[in-house]
Design a protein around this ligand. Sequence first.
Ligand code: MEV
Length: 301
Amino acid sequence: MITCSAPGKVYLFGEHAVVYGEPAICCAVDIRTRVSVAPADSITISSSLGTTDIDFKTHPYVSAVVERFQDISSLEGVSISIESEIPVGSGLGSSAAVTIATIKALDALLGTGLELDDIARMGHEVEQRIQGAASQTDTYVCTMGGVVMIPQRKGLDLLDCAIVIGNTNIFSSTKELVANVAELNDKFPDVIGPVLSSIGMMSATGEVLVNAKDYVSVGKLMNINQGLLDAIGVGCSELSSFTYAARNSGAYGAKITGAGGGGCMVAIAPHECVSEVAAAIASAGGEVVVTKATDIGVRVE
Ligand code: MEV
């Protein structure tokens, strides 16, 4: 049996603006999806959702990966089992992690010799097939790990502070939120355009601050980014209340991560404040994940 894992990710800066070509900074986080594969006579895919054959309703991403390997190798049977610490559909890159970990595991089992760039590319194609459209951000960051400036794919220094995530457990559709921002931008281009370029400027400024390990300033910029995400209509009262709770209990800064409208927020905090920040988000109603940045992308366990 071979087990591979891949990390989730958060946006420090730049979601939504990245859709308009502005830079963003993403950070792989140390919550992982593990995929184990073993030779078998037929195809079985097992997860907390059940055990299936190729099944695009229950296991769409893994099914699409299996079909890719049927095209490029002699794969006939395999037993695949999935375990994940990444909450599904919350903007933390769960679909990219399961896709990338499955590709790496099948590559190791079948000896197809894929390089990391090939894995990221195949992962992106699989996400596009399943979602209709997908940015390359999640699959790239989860393959490579680390803190990455997008679209340049430039690696920054690893964050040396705590990362606290608050999940609203409110479903939000990335497609719908991206469409809402586009509508706002069409209606008020002179207002929304500068907001989006200002978010892009935060990523450019943030790059220097992350590398200088100036987390007080990174946090201040994240707070400003949060204000601008609210301004383009992707906030919600739960996300606001969690971000204020985090800031008031010692976080350097806090903001939405991902599409917003529900999903998750992320706070960065000094190591010594983690329990206060986590408790504050939890008492505001959030499901809390305490984690850290990781430079370990997809790997064989
Ligand atoms: C969603 O996780 C991030 C967005 O910027 C959309 C995208 O980049 O594809 C909102």
